[in-house]
Each structure stands twice: as C-alpha cells, then as structure tokens.
Design a protein. Sequence first.
Lengths: 174, 174
Amino acid sequence: MPRPSAREIVLDAYVDILIEHGPGSVTLDAVAAKAKVSKGGLLYHFGSKEALLTGLLDRVWRLSFADVEHARTAPGGPVRYFLTSSVTDASMDKPAHRASMAALRQVGADERVAQTIRNCGQLWRNLLAEHIEDPLTAEMVGALGDGLYLRATMGEETETLANQIDEVLRRLGA
Amino acid sequence: MPRPSAREIVLDAYVDILIEHGPGSVTLDAVAAKAKVSKGGLLYHFGSKEALLTGLLDRVWRLSFADVEHARTAPGGPVRYFLTSSVTDASMDKPAHRASMAALRQVGADERVAQTIRNCGQLWRNLLAEHIEDPLTAEMVGALGDGLYLRATMGEETETLANQIDEVLRRLGA
DNA sequence: GTCTATAGATGGATAGAC
DNA sequence: GTCTATCCATCTATAGAC
C-alpha cells in the first residue's frame, strides 16, 4: 500500500466535504484545511476549483471502470455483485462509491458531471446485458440497483431488500 | 389559477437555480435576479439562505403528499401511476418533481434534507404496500421506481423501460 | 513542492428610505 | 412589501519567499 500522493489526499478531502456538507460548503480553505495543506499548497496541485471537479470526475470514471472489471470475476457472479454492492457499499467507505456520491452532489454545476455519471451507468448496464439474456430483465435489474443505490446514499434503510437479494433475482428471472 | 405569491415566485427561482446550476451557484443575488426582485425584497420573504431551504423542504413535503393522494385515484391505479410518473415527469416541469429534484441537490447541506426525502419516500412505499399484496414485490416496485427517478434526474434515456411499464408490472406480479 | 501575504471580487445580511 | 446603500466576512486566485 503506497502512501497516497498529496494530490489524492486533497481529492479525498474534497470528496469528504462534498458528501458531508454539500457543494455550497466547498471552499478552497475548507478543502485545504481538511487535507492539512495550505491553500497555496492545494493550488499547486489543482490550479482552480474547477480543476478539483475535473480531478473528481477522473477518479469517478477510473474507479467505476475498475469496479465493473472487478465485478466480472466476483464470487456470486456480476449480477449479484451489482445488486449487493449497490445496497451495501454506498453507506460504507468504498472509494468508488464515495467518489460517485460526491459527484452526484455536483450535478448541475457542470455538464461533465451528469455526463460522467451516465457513462459509468452505461458500463454497469453493459455488464448486466452481457450476463442476463433477456434485455428487459437486464434493464429492470439495473433500475432496481440504481434505486437501492439512491436510497443508500440518502441514509435509508435497505435491509428488507438487502437480505433477500437472491429471492429478488429469482423473481426477476436473472 | 390565482397569481402566485411573491414567496412562491422566489421559491421557484431557488428551485430553478438548484436544478440548473447546483447548490454551489445558489446565492441570494442569483435567486433575487431570477425572481426579478431585489436582494432586499427577497430577504423580506425569506430572512436568510437557510430560510429558503426550509421553504423548499416545506414545499417538497406538501407537494409529495398531494401527489400521493392524487395517485390513489389515478386511472391506471396507484402502482402504475408511481412507475410512469417516476420516469415521465422527472424531466418535465411537474412542480412536485422539480421541488424534490432541487432538494436532492441539497443533501448534505442540512440533515433535514435527507430526512424530508426519506419521509416522502415512505409515503410512496406505504401507498405501494397498500396496493400490492406481497411485501417483497412492493419493495421491488418501489426500488425500481426510485432507480427510474434517479436516471431521469440525470437526464438519462429511460424509454426502454418507460415503453414497457405494463410488461414490467406483469413480470413483477404487481 | 509548500508556504504566507495580499489583492480583488463576491458573499450574506442589516438599515432605513419610499 | 419592495427598494438602495452599505458593512463586513469570506472567497478565489496570484505573487513571491523558502
């Protein structure tokens, strides 16, 4: 485990603040303080506030891509991995989910945000389509997972469904 | 149709800016300009930025409650109404959806935001539970609708599922 | 590569005229 | 009920020392 670069530490702080306080509270001062660098130090790595967002979107895409690849070889299969991670990891500190949660809070701030999130969604949908024969079923699994993800990011109880993923998949025929 | 009060016009402007530019761009100046009042005029109706958020959350709850009541007597039944409106109205300018989309962008800014959204979600889940016998099926329909809603708010294509709502419901047995 | 200092702009909120 | 004017805190970004 190599020590994370200063760039990554700053990005972590940016993500933390977005998730905990929202975009209205994101200031260079706040990010620098959380990352324990000075504002000048921060601006050496990210030349502007917009550069921070760019860095976040890069991370979101990179981690989502890796997560989808990881799903391909997951023990219970990709489909099961998709649903369980939608519901389980969103509240935990899996980096891929933290990054996309942070990005979700920036929708509207820049066109690239929604674009990136859509691209990541497409990755997952492609994966599901590869492993579920019927197209409509694949779409339904995708939408259901997205719903679980949304709920988890809202701090909602998802146990009712989380404990019955196998039965859910059986009923969907996936 | 009574002319909307100044309060409502200001709230509309606040919602517009949240949806179009995100919370990072919400300033009293911007809201006042969009509502075509002065900053002083705005602050007469909402004494602070926080009061604007409070006003939004009130509206979200009020409109969601009314929408759920409206769903009870919808032509195709409440369940069908839930799914079709999740997918259709989110991109349109139905006030209930615009308000909750705006609130969604403020998650993290204040605890009450996620709380309000959870409460509204509970309203819909109760409705579904009343009209779908099997509890797990009801939960699945709810999650699927939430997924469609999330996608619609991201400007995502939802037509594949939107055109097959009846088949979706048939497969879910709802 | 990280810091301090500071410029210059913009933010939220108040006071008081009309 | 709506406006203008203003205060002061905070924000982004730059300049330049170390």
